[in-house]
Write a protein that binds this ligand. Structure first.
Ligand SMILES: [Zn+2]
Length: 120
């Protein structure tokens, strides 16, 4: 099992699959967020929301929606609809304990220019 939660605990995500790797992306928003992403089919992720609000953010073609706790402001995940029609959820592993994420390899993704991993 792998689970994360925002700072205040209002927003939690749970999945059965521990991430094999997590991704650091340098695109215009991921770089600002400092997020570390693990990618899942959305149907494999359970999202639990407490009694506080959740805000969303998207821009441009609005193909990606970022989800942020309305109480503590942490970005916990983003969701996107893939070309095959399936929804994908990217969990922000910064919402997990560093004692867990420190053991997971981090891959560098060049989302700014080449749209490729820089470690291949
Ligand atoms: Zn929160």
């Amino acid at each position: 099992m792998f689970s994360v939660e925002c700072h205040c605990g209002n927003l939690k995500l749970i999945t059965n699959e521990h991430p094999a790797s997590i991704t650091s992306c340098n695109c215009s928003i991921c770089y600002r967020l400092g997020a570390l992403w693990a990618y899942y089919d959305s149907e494999k992720v359970t999202v639990r929301v407490g009694d506080k609000s959740v805000d969303t953010y998207s821009w441009g073609e609005k193909s990606i929606t970022y989800h942020r706790c309305g109480e503590c402001g942490c970005i916990t995940h983003y969701t996107t609809v893939e070309t095959n029609g399936n929804e994908m959820t990217a969990i922000n592993c910064r919402m997990a304990s560093s004692s867990i994420t420190d053991k997971i390899p981090v891959r560098q993704f060049d989302g700014l220019l080449t749209w490729k991993y820089r470690d291949v």
